[in-house]
Every structure is written in C-alpha cells, then in structure tokens.
Design a protein around this ligand. Structure first.
Ligand code: MRU
Length: 354
C-alpha cells in the first residue's frame, strides 16, 4: 500500500538516517539525510519526521548516529557517550512516549552488550545498536499491520470514518495506526469514505493525511476542524479513528490538539470513538492523563497560516500541541495485541500482557 518510505537507515554502521521531509508535503516530496544526533534533534523538533511511532523509530536510529561519533576505543567511554546522546535526544519532544521507550531500549542494548562482551571492538557495539534500531523499525511495521487486521471490522462498509491529524504511514514505519484499519478495509474491497480534519495549526490532516489517502485511491473529503460537529449532526460520520502519543494506565489518551473536543462531539452524537496505538504508546507508570506532559509549541504556528501572517503583531498565543481524551470517551483502543473495549486499567494490562 505504502509507495514511499517515511524513514530508513542508509548504509552500514557509519550510514545515515533518511527521512521524507514532512514539512514540505504536499507541495514537494523530498528526502533529507541526518548524519548527526543534532540534525535528527532538529528534524524531530521542526516536524520533518513526526507521529509517535515514527519518532520512536527515528530515535532508535538516532543512537546509531551517536555511535558514529565515538572516538575512544574503550567500551565504557562509548557507552557513556551513547547514554549522554540518548538523554539529549530525549529532549526533542516531550509528549509521545515512543521516543523515550526507544531510547531506553537502545541504552539498555548498549549497556547489556558492553557487560556481556567486555573485550568487543567498538564496531561490534555499533553493529549491535544498528541491529536493535532496525528491529524497532521492523516491529513497528508488524505492529501497524496487526492494528490494521484488528481494527478493520470497525470501518463501516458503505459508511464514513472521520480522522484527525495524521496517524498514517507518514507517522510510522508501516501503514500507520488509526489509518491501518482503513487501509486494511480498502484491501478487503470495502467501500467507505474518510473525512479528514484539517488539523490546525500545522495542518497534518490537510497536508499529510489527505495526501496519503488520496494517493492510495481512498474516497477522502477534507474539512476544517470546526466542521466536524455539523458533519456528525447531519449523520455523515459512522466512526472516529485517531492515533495516540501516550496512553496512561487508565486509558486516558493524549493525541493531537482537537482530539478531546472530537471525542465529546462523538459521544454527544453516539458515534463510536476508536484510538489505535501500539503497545509502545502506553505509559503504564502514569496513573491517568493528567500526568502526561503536553508540549507547548511556538506562537508563530498560530499567528501564521503556511507562513502567511493571519493575526496582529504582538497578540498573545496559547499553542498546546496535544490534549488528553478521557478513557470514558473512548469506545475501544485498538492495539497490535487486541482490542480494549471501554478501556480500564485492568483490561489494558490484560491485553498488553497477552
Ligand atoms: O505533532 P505530531 O504531528 O507529531 O502529532 C502526531 C499525532 O498526534 C498523531 O496522531 C499521533 O502521534 C499518533 S501517530 C500514529
């Protein structure tokens, strides 16, 4: 289905990370190459690569970029550098937990390798790290596939789905999370429509989701964010599918700003509201959504529309990038391990441990 690559490692242990530059879509389809942790940090912060699973996968390779900078021949020095660079990379964006999850996994890989192979060469460590980052990538592709299989039944044949932001192939190494069931339904020959929220201020819906779905030949209709309510009232939406950046133990789910309002609209109109996310998006250390850190972004995103000034100079701006949808508004969470209907802590643990 996917006819582009969101991100991929090019070359061997001294290779680089190639990204589709999502800042430029849909006007231009170009790739950029990150050769240092600094370049990747900037690419993540400025949304060249974005979406919780994709930034997790990118950070895995980010540790391989850090490994390129190892100068010492001592394993202990190399591991110290890896840990420092991983901690630095973890500061690129605060909300998506996949990023922290991937960096922790890479740090553990480096430490574990050094303990088990005290006499190994630095190149062996680099090889081990690259293999682990590639494993994170491959697992992400498989997780997307399984989410698609598990969630396809919720895509209403002959009906319409509404989605927000971009939780598609551009946001993952595979087919996406919220869009994976949609792609799977298309593969099965189901006929349905997808409405896409524009998703101000950065327009991930208009620029990325509409682009992806249109390319895939899916019947897609773009709406401004403030049109979702009327669409639901007119009976045009049968299900809402969104992704998540972090899900707390009780099922409260952080996702792109505007998701919370959409969940209330869906509840009012008795429309099922599905959150699709891999197990790497759950943060079971957090009791509920109030503990999820929410990224605040620069005012210029709100003061401008695609770099054209749309507000008076000097006006104050509030620009949280995410909000939290309470578990009580979620019909089900679709994971690669199964479906969590009416999520609770107990049900989430049971599914994730299955
Ligand atoms: O700021 P972004 O574009 O990284 O926000 C992305 C989202 O909110 C997605 O819905 C979420 O990460 C899930 S992506 C599969």
């Amino acid at each position: 289905m996917k006819n582009f690559t969101t991100l991929q490692w090019k070359g061997g242990i001294d290779g680089c990370l190639e990204l589709t530059d999502q800042r430029k879509l849909p006007a231009q389809f170009i790739t950029i190459q990150c050769k240092t942790p600094d370049e990747l940090f900037d690419a993540i912060k400025t949304l060249a690569v974005r979406g919780a699973p994709a930034i997790g996968v990118a950070e895995g390779f980010g540790v391989c970029l850090a490994a390129r900078q190892i100068k010492s021949s001592k394993l202990s020095d190399a591991v110290k550098l890896i840990e420092e660079k991983a901690d630095y990379l973890s500061k690129s964006r605060p909300t998506a937990v996949n990023l922290f999850w991937a960096l922790e996994r890479m740090k553990k890989t480096a430490c574990g390798f050094a303990v088990k192979n005290p006499n190994a060469a630095i190149d062996d460590l680099k090889q081990r790290l690259l293999a682990e980052a590639q494993k994170i990538y491959d697992e992400d592709v498989q997780m997307c596939h399984n989410i698609g299989i598990n969630g396809e039944k919720f895509v209403p044949a002959g009906g319409a789905v509404l989605t927000h932001c971009n939780a598609g192939a551009l946001a993952t190494a595979g087919d996406g999370t919220a869009l994976a069931p949609v792609f799977e339904a298309q593969r099965k020959g189901k006929k349905f429509k997808v409405y896409v929220d524009e998703t101000r201020p950065v327009l991930q819906g208009a620029r990325l989701t509409a682009w992806e779905l249109h390319q895939a030949g899916i019947d897609v209709t773009l709406i401004c964010d403030n049109m979702a309510g009327v669409l639901m009232k007119e009976g045009k939406v049968n299900a809402v599918f969104v992704g998540a950046d972090r899900i707390a133990a009780n099922g409260d789910a952080a996702n792109k700003i505007g998701t919370y309002s959409l969940s209330i609209l869906a509840k009012e109109h008795k429309i099922p509201f599905y959150v699709a996310a891999p197990s790497s998006t759950f943060d079971l250390k957090l009791k509920d959504g109030s503990q999820i850190p929410i990224e605040q972004r620069e005012p210029h995103e709100v003061l401008n529309f695609m770099n054209i000034k749309t507000a008076p100079e000097g006006v104050k701006v509030y620009n949280p990038a995410f909000d939290v949808t309470p578990a009580k508004n979620i019909t089900a969470i679709i994971t690669e391990k199964g479906i969590v209907q009416c999520p609770t802590e107990e049900k989430i643990k049971k599914t994730l441990n299955s």
